[in-house]
Design a protein around this ligand. Sequence first.
Ligand code: C2E
Ligand code: MG
Ligand code: MG
Ligand code: MG
Length: 278
Amino acid sequence: QSKAKGRNTISFFHQSIQEAADARMFLEKELRSAIENQDFVLYYQPQTDRLGRLSGSEALIRWEHKEKGLISPDQFIPVAEEAGLIVPLGIWVFRESCMQMRKWLDNGLDIQHISINVSSKQFRQQDFVDQIAEAISQYEVPASRFVIELTEGVVIDNIDDTVKKMRALKQLGVKISIDDFGTGYSSLTYLKQLPLDELKIDKSFVRDITTDFNDAVIIETIINMAHNLGIDVIAEGVETEAQRDFLYNKGCRVFQGYYFSRPMTSADFEVWVRKGER
Ligand code: C2E
Ligand code: MG
Ligand code: MG
Ligand code: MG
């Protein structure tokens, strides 16, 4: 009897692995055709000063799924990376951002920059910088209107290639930010070698800033270090006035988070910006 039970357990186990594999295959297939059909949209989240005055924006992708509605990037970016689909998807994101910036400039909307998230596989493509340069020249947008966000993990993975590509990006005029800063393992030694414009403090530190003494110390250290190196600091995930005030008192001058605004469609973002202009 116990044998039979064991066998059932095993077959159930295999079944669930099979199901997971099938679901994954299905998702990959759907993702592939979504890329062909460009079933994606970029949302824009404001980056602001203490008073909520715009200083830039971050583009955040969503999948417009026909049956399931909007799907958040955490649910498909990792799959896209593993399936090798992140490269075409990343190119779409950058070109779409260029197109959006062109529209904003043509409509007299001064959105200082669009920050764009770039995955490891995309950044490691040999022609990554060429792709960026091509999109910028095709849409006739100033390179200085774009910030590339890379995570610490990506940056330290192959430091020689990173430095080479970062210099080429700087040469174009594109700015560079380290996203989710504080969650990786980077050291001062390597930070010093990189032509960084900005560090983005990860939202996990911001969350408990007013109650967790350690997080508060870490944040203060990051802000001071960045400023001593001549690098700007932005805090992400700012949800409350208390968090904003705390960050401001520690020297942080740029903020992004639900306290100011959630990510929005470009149309809603434009309305939000125009309201602030008055
Ligand atoms: P991220 O680049 O660190 O983006 C910040 C995330 O925090 C976004 O989630 C944003 O909506 C969310 N967020 C903003 N303010 C707050 C806040 O006050 N509180 C909280 N709890 N969350 C806040 P989202 O849009 O779901 O994106 C998740 C991640 O997906 C991004 O993290 C980024 O790593 C990745 N991602 C998004 N768009 C792209 C893209 O175009 N390409 C690539 N490669 N990755 C992307
Ligand atoms: Mg980001
Ligand atoms: Mg982040
Ligand atoms: Mg993140």
